[in-house]
Design a protein around this ligand. Structure first.
Ligand code: NAD
Ligand code: GLY
Length: 369
């Protein structure tokens, strides 16, 4: 078992990573169960795939489970489902000292975290992430949100969980496409500031994607160690360090917007193509060697992730894509900070990017597709 600490003073918490941890959840979570009861919020797909196992583990430790099952999918991060969830938690008489369990991917984690942050002015919550994306990224760091008509993740809070319990074996039931999309966020940590980890992804990433337990645990632990360090340093994204986690997200957001935030392009797939574009744009600016950008593109292509506009199913021209970027919530005082790279493992935040030049670059990408 690996335990990674997120060091945030009084709000510090552990991330436990262990193959099969779900089957030991009873003993791990017993200290958090008031009156031997836990409320578990999940979605319909995870309820079928993983809840029976989790439920059995808790019951074998004498903990009764109150499940709240919401529909699967991004549309669940909405006012309607937030209200439904809060009403259900109130009906179950959740108190401030209670711990609500979020069992699922980033959708359930983000929604439950936000609900916990406002229920009775804040109750506790525990992340039990079941997608690779949630295990390496969204369950750690306390960003919680629902979507608004005006855009994704625009209503939310910074609210840290009390514990993150990661069982990589839950990925056995995850569709391969979802695992691949989450893998983009794994690669991201190598590209940000850990070139050795990118080397590992190039040589061993296929093992992770094939479900090799050692490769999975290694990648998840390395990723959450990286994220925990960044969050401990810049919890609220004020110094610029946490913003590095947005590598590929500005380009990716435009691609996701162009494809209607739909199953055409999953979030992680948008991030993959966005990271390839960020590296190629950095090469165009002369910041990074073209060979480095080619390496990034080649790895994403090798694992079957989108790596350009064509493989992201995007047909819009450069100005239209830049138009989507202008709605990015990272816009500040009329400028859009961009994550660029001087090489693999050398990502930095630039505030000097000229959007007309980005549009011209994207037009060139469209032509070469
Ligand atoms: P998701 O939660 O929608 O899960 C993807 C699909 O997999 C869903 O259909 C779900 O039902 C299913 N699923 C989950 N676990 C499963 C399992 N073990 N077996 C079978 N099916 C399973 O999507 P996601 O990719 O996990 O998360 C995306 C969300 O995360 C987005 O809303 C995004 O905004 C958010 N996000 C948040 C942060 C953050 O820091 N808070 C970071 C990145 C992304
Ligand atoms: N996923 C970006 C962050 O947590 O800051």
């Amino acid at each position: 078992m690996a335990i990674v600490k997120v060091a945030l003073g009084a709000r510090s918490y552990d991330i436990i990573i262990e193959e099969g941890a779900l089957d030991r959840a009873g003993s791990i979570l017993a200290p958090y169960a008031r009156k031997n009861r836990l409320v578990v919020v999940t979605d319909a797909r995870v309820a079928t795939a993983q809840l029976p196992r989790f439920d059995a583990a808790l019951r074998s430790a004498g903990i009764s489970v109150e499940p709240i099952i919401l529909p699967a999918g991004e549309q669940t991060k909405s006012w309607r489902h937030l209200e439904e969830l809060l009403d259900a938690l109130l009906a179950l008489e959740i108190e401030r000292g209670d711990h609500v369990i979020a069992l699922g991917g980033g959708v359930i984690g983000d929604l439950v975290g936000f609900a916990a942050s406002i229920l009775k002015r804040g109750c506790h919550f525990i992340q039990v992430p079941t997608t690779l994306l949630a295990q390496v990224d969204s369950s750690v760091g306390g960003k919680t949100a629902i979507n608004a008509k005006a855009g994704k993740n625009l209503i939310g809070s910074f609210y840290q969980p009390a514990l993150v319990l990661i069982d990589p074996s839950t990925l056995d039931s995850l569709p391969p496409r979802e695992t691949r999309a989450g893998y983009a966020e794994v690669v991201k940590y190598g590209l940000i500031d850990d070139p050795e980890f990118f080397d590992w992804c190039e040589s061993e990433g296929h093992r992770l994607l094939a479900g090799d337990p050692d490769a999975r645990v290694h990648a998840i632990e390395r990723s959450v160690r990286a994220k925990a360090a960044i969050v401990a340093d810049d919890e609220r994204e004020t110094s610029g360090r946490r913003a590095l986690l947005n590598l590929g997200h500005t380009f990716g957001h435009a691609l996701e917007a162009d494809t209607g935030f739909s199953d055409t392009l999953l979030h992680g797939e948008g991030v993959a193509a966005g990271m390839a574009l960020a590296f190629r744009y950095s090469a165009r600016l002369g910041l990074c060697a073209a060979a480095e950008a080619d390496r990034v593109t080649a790895h994403l292509r090798a694992v079957g992730l989108p790596h350009d506009l064509a493989t992201a199913h995007v047909t819009a021209d450069g100005p239209a894509l830049v138009g989507h970027m202008l709605h990015d919530k990272k816009m500040a005082a009329g400028t859009l900070p961009f994550l660029l790279a001087r090489g693999i493992g050398q990502t930095f935040l630039s505030k000097d990017v000229v959007l007309d030049d980005v549009a011209a670059f994207l037009d060139g990408e469209q032509v070469s597709a």
